[in-house]
Write a protein that binds this ligand. Structure first.
Ligand code: NAD
Length: 428
């Protein structure tokens, strides 16, 4: 995960649905199929906790700036809540609430014993110095020290945050508590107790899900092409790993624009360029520049949206030519687009399944921190691949059973698991 642009050029035809409402509409559809009772329904659509903090930070110019921040805990039925922290100029409560709910469902889909949470700070990390970012992160950690905890709520990186920020959270929390607590946060640098395989975990999960879906569709990876939107942690690693499986990645993009090469983009070369060019593809010469919209609707077999929310909407869903969409990002497809994609017969591996490799290896990191014993890279890969395969198959079988999309099937798997746990634990 890298500190990257989060205030990208707005999508030209973006239809911004309230992300929480968007999540709810899928939830309702799955809940109806499962026929869950009204009380369970009420509980699952209400986040357990929403905390707002105003963080005062001394800026480099000596002035104080106040930043708004949130932590939303959606549920803790399966275990302590888990979810990343997003640093972005446009992050808002409704977005954090949706992301927190998705974390609950995601953990349930991959059978990880965590509830769901998410955090956000309204800031532009690209315009802040390292010192300002450190003070902001420490202020956030101190403000939330009674909410987070290795047995309560465990943060992780998301858009705009990286292992260095996780290191500051670990340090600030440990100082506040008076003892070292590596399991307070995941996505840490390796030397601080991070897990091998965490950096590439989400992209790896995307690759495993893409191959599993291709298998169901009878697609041969070596004869398939792909377009990947977003070139940060998830996008670049997904592109690299699917290319290693023989898929021709013809288009990539980041906030600077999209890039097309009909012969396939040399992904390692593009990754080197991105890193050496201040985390930007701007000026990349290995491909022709095209528009973001062109990338989404390009003639490719596989589309991997791995940037931000609401990129595939009811305005462009009809133009999508890919047979398969694997959602690396959270919420890249609006609820309105789902119906169109389904009617076109496009298979969508939904975010709460496709990008769950990240939280799976975050869980492995937490387990290793608690054991004080670390696994080899090979062990992490094997365990992650197994989880992703099993979860894909479970969701696929559920979609066959209920004759519904993989997205609704994933929600069914998740809601069923959380609701039955809730029933056993009881409500008072
Ligand atoms: P990142 O900050 O590393 O990268 C984001 C990328 O998207 C950058 O290349 C940026 O330039 C690009 N981008 C931003 N706006 C864009 C736009 N309008 N058009 C095209 N590209 C744009 O973030 P990340 O960690 O790769 O996360 C990407 C998505 O994946 C987010 O939705 C995040 O919630 C989700 N996700 C991340 C992880 C993880 O482990 N990192 C896990 C699960 C889900």
């Amino acid at each position: 995960m890298a500190l990257t642009q989060t205030n990208g050029t707005p999508h030209p035809v973006e239809e911004v649905e309230n992300p929480f409402e968007s999540m709810l509409s899928r939830f309702q559809e799955a809940a109806k199929i499962l026929d869950i009772d009204e009380d369970t329904h009420k509980i699952l659509v209400s986040p357990a906790k929403e905390v707002k903090v105003n963080l005062t930070v001394k800026m480099d110019n000596g002035r104080v700036q106040v930043f708004e921040g949130w932590r939303v805990i959606h549920s803790v039925y399966l275990g302590p809540s888990k979810g990343g922290i997003r640093y972005a100029p446009n992050v808002h409560l409704e977005e954090v609430k949706a992301l927190a709910a998705w974390m609950s469902f995601k953990c349930a889909v991959v059978n990880v014993p965590f509830g769901g949470a998410k955090g956000g700070i309204k800031c532009n990390p690209r315009e802040m110095s390292k010192g300002e970012l450190e003070r902001l992160t420490r202020a956030y950690t101190f403000a939330l020290a009674d909410i987070i905890g290795p047995d309560r709520d465990i943060p992780a990186p998301d858009v705009g945050t990286d292992p260095q920020i996780m290191a500051w959270i670990y340090d600030a929390y440990s100082r506040r508590m008076g003892f070292s607590s590596p399991a307070i946060v995941t996505g840490k640098p390796l030397v601080l107790g991070g897990s091998l395989g965490r950096v590439e975990a989400t992209g790896r999960g995307v690759m495993v899900s893409a191959l599993a879906a291709m298998g169901k569709l009878g697609m041969n990876p070596k004869e398939s092409s792909a377009a990947v939107q977003g070139f940060g942690n998830v996008g670049s690693i997904s592109a690299q790993l699917i290319a290693e499986k023989g898929v021709k990645v013809k288009a990539i993009s980041d906030v600077s624009g999209a890039y097309w090469n009909d012969n396939g983009i040399n992904i390692p070369e593009a990754m080197d360029y991105y890193k050496s060019n201040n985390l930007s593809l701007d000026g990349y010469k290995g491909a022709e520049k095209i528009g973001n919209e062109e990338l989404l609707t390009a003639k490719v077999d596989l589309l991997v949206p791995a940037a931000i929310e609401d990129q595939i909407t009811r305005h462009n869903a009809d133009k999508i030519q890919a047979r398969l969409i694997v959602e690396g990002a959270n919420g890249p497809t609006s609820a309105g687009a789902d119906t169109i994609l389904n009617s076109k017969g496009i298979m969508v591996v939904p975010d709460i399944l496709a990008n769950a490799g990240g939280v799976t290896v975050s869980y492995f990191e937490w387990v290793q921190n608690r054991m004080g014993h670390f696994w080899s890279l090979d062990d992490v890969y094997k365990k992650e691949d197994q989880v992703m395969h099993d979860s894909f198959e479970k969701v696929y079988q559920t979609s066959q059973k209920y004759n519904c999309s993989l997205r609704i099937a994933a929600y069914i798997v998740a809601i069923d698991k959380i609701a039955s746990t809730m029933k056993l634990r009881g409500v008072f």
